[in-house]
Each structure stands twice: as C-alpha cells, then as structure tokens.
Design a binder for this molecule. Sequence first.
Ligand code: PMP
Length: 422
Amino acid sequence: MRAAAASPTQTERVKPEQANRIADLRADFPALATQVNGKPLAYLDNAASTQRPQAVMDALNRYEVEMHANVHRGVHARSDQATAAFEGARERARAWLNAASAEEIVFTRGATESINLVARCLDKRMGEGSEILLTRMEHHSNIVPWQQLCERTGARIQVAPVLDSGELDLKAFQELLHSGVQLVAVTHVSNAMGVINPVAEICRMARRAGAPVLIDGAQAAGHIPLDAQDLDCDFYALSGHKMYAPTGIGALYARRPWLEELPPFLGGGEMILEVRFEETTYNAPPHRFEAGTPNISGAIALGAAMDYLAGHGLERLAAMERELLEHATERLRGIAGLRIIGTAKPKSAVVSFVMDDIHPHDLGTILDHEGVAIRAGHHCAMPLMERFGLPGTARASFAFYNTHDEIDRLASGIETARRLFR
Ligand code: PMP
C-alpha cells in the first residue's frame, strides 16, 4: 500500500508574487468567493462549465442596457449598434481561431449544435459505403449526430481505439483511414480524461487520405491557443460556457468552400435573401446558417471572454493550469487505492479517477459537503467508460483561477471518504 504523500501547502509551494497574481485573477470571478454547504467553494468542475469573470458580466449588462435591439435590420441607431457589436464578436472569434475571414465563423448554441449543424448538412455527401471515422474517447455530442446521419444516409461509423494510457491509438487510426472515409470527427481534448489529441498530425493524416476533419474543441478552446489555418482542419466546434462565457452560445469554424457548398441547416428569417412560395433564395454564409434571431448578447459576451483571456495571455494562463495539473496529479497519486484514468501526455488540467470500493457519486457527495465541486459519472463518454470497464469516474478539472489549497482540500476530502468507506 502506498502512503499518502506529504505535500507542501500552497504557501510553501507558490511564491508570494504568484499568490498575489492568483488572488488578483480570482477577484475577477465573483462566484469563486461564494460558499457551499457552509464552506468556501472550491470549484473543480471546469470541464463541465467555467465561471464567468466580471468583465464578461459587465459586457453583457452594458449590451442589454445600452445597445439591445435586433441585428441586421439597421433602420435605427440601436440596431446598428447591436449589429456592430454582434459582428465585432464574430471578428473576435475569427481572431481567436485565426480563421481566414469572419465569414467562416457561424454562431451556434454550443459545441453540440455546431457538430449537429455539420452532420445535418452533410447528408448529400454520404451514402452506402461512406464511413465516418471517430475515436473511442468522443463525447456523446460527437457520436450521436453521426449515428443519426448514418440512419438517414446508410453511412457507417468506424471507431479508432484508445490505449490503456488514454492515448489515441494512432496506428489503428491510420489503418482505418482509407478512401471510403468521408469525414474524420475527433475531439481536441478528451473531456473525460483530459488527454490532448495530436490534432495537427490527425489533420495531416486525414488530408493525405482525402478525408475532411471536424475537431470538437469544446475542451480546448479556452485552454490551448488555436490556429485553424495552421491546423488545416475543415471544421472546428467550440463552446462559450467552457471558456468563461455564458451558456447557449458557441461557434463553428468552417472553411469557406464548405460554407459555400453546404445546404442551410435551419430555415427561417436571417438565412434568406428572398422568400416566395414558389422559391426561396438563401443568404450568403455565415448568415445562411444562422436562422432566426441569434443569441446576440451571448455572442457579445463570448467576444468579451476572448478579450479577457487574450488580455491575460492564454499561454500564461495555460502554464498556470499545467502547474495545477502537476500538483493535483502528485497529490492524488499519493492516495492509496486511487487510480487515475488517462495518464497519457500531453494532458489538459483534468484528473479523472476511481477509488477502490467507493462509487464516484458517493465521492462527489462527500466532497460536496466539504465545499469541493467535482463531477462524477460517465461524463457523456459512455463508450470510453466501457473501454475501461467502468460505470464512471470522479473528475476534478481545473481552470487557471484554481489554487493549490483547493487541490489540497480535494485530496483531504478523498482521504476522508476513504476512511468512511474502509
Ligand atoms: N464535446 C466535448 C468534448 C464536451 O466536453 C462537451 C461538453 N461537455 C461538448 C462537446 C458539448 O458542448 P456544449 O455544452 O457546448 O454543447
């Protein structure tokens, strides 16, 4: 049996100037100063959803008070202002992804809708003999829309396996990549394990095989600097609420030729040029894919979140998260009976684990009593759980605003659970 590692406390490990910086950053997030069950909140469920900085909430409020009107109907000043702010947010998303033009950014409700949009619009390209290549670590959002596409078109899903370490089996992936593959859809970062996929290499392999690539970037976009042109992907899906923006907003990057070729997703206002009962003509992209009144305030808040992250330097914030991951891995590895699922490197700041004889939900409940919020369950990745023979795991996921102290509270909460269940 391994003994619990004696770990230095936050103040011993973190230099004073670093502690000040973390304190300053935390002050930007009012939610972090709240209490849960009479204890200060240790929010370690950032892979499920991140908290929002005051700057994002201020941008939302400013828009609601000073600008709100419907967009793209500019016969009055407020509508012009709202349109400029909304399209300004599209430009921020363009810059975030380094897309070639803002027309390549479609606003959606989130990563799920972004993926569904592509899956719905690809029907005409798919048929008997078409294959969609996924990986075993995909979130249900990057599985079910493809299953539905297969039901409609007769296409088939192929699944690249995952190694014991949680790493994608690239050799098997390569073997599955043949001329029948009409699309590769792969997550950038596994939400259930934190493992980062070599997406640039995957795009190169797919390009050689003539297959377009969709990347599910829900877990990456707020943590890893992105460059869609450099990656050379065809589609990239991201989610606002996982990158410090509100829920109900996300984006899809799609290379311009795709947006020119694909049929519309939903029908309605905004996406048309002219409607007659005999025939309707569609608007140009991206508006062709944004039927109805969009989530204007959400898009503006997403732009504000991107500004916030860029202002602090995403690389610098990512380095803070790597350091938290190191500390958490070291602390949790020292707990007897605890097994980490997903040990491959590189990893984002997610630690998924199981404990001998303790159900992840029980662990989650005990930690909640201590004010420590984690996630327990299958993490919408049931095929991955099945791969590891597990019903689910406990998952702690960190953002740059988390502290060593919170991780130490996580570790001592797990120790408490271990004693209770012994
Ligand atoms: N893909 C991954 C990898 C995710 O983690 C999630 C959210 N858990 C999604 C897709 C779905 O994202 P959204 O909530 O924006 O629909």
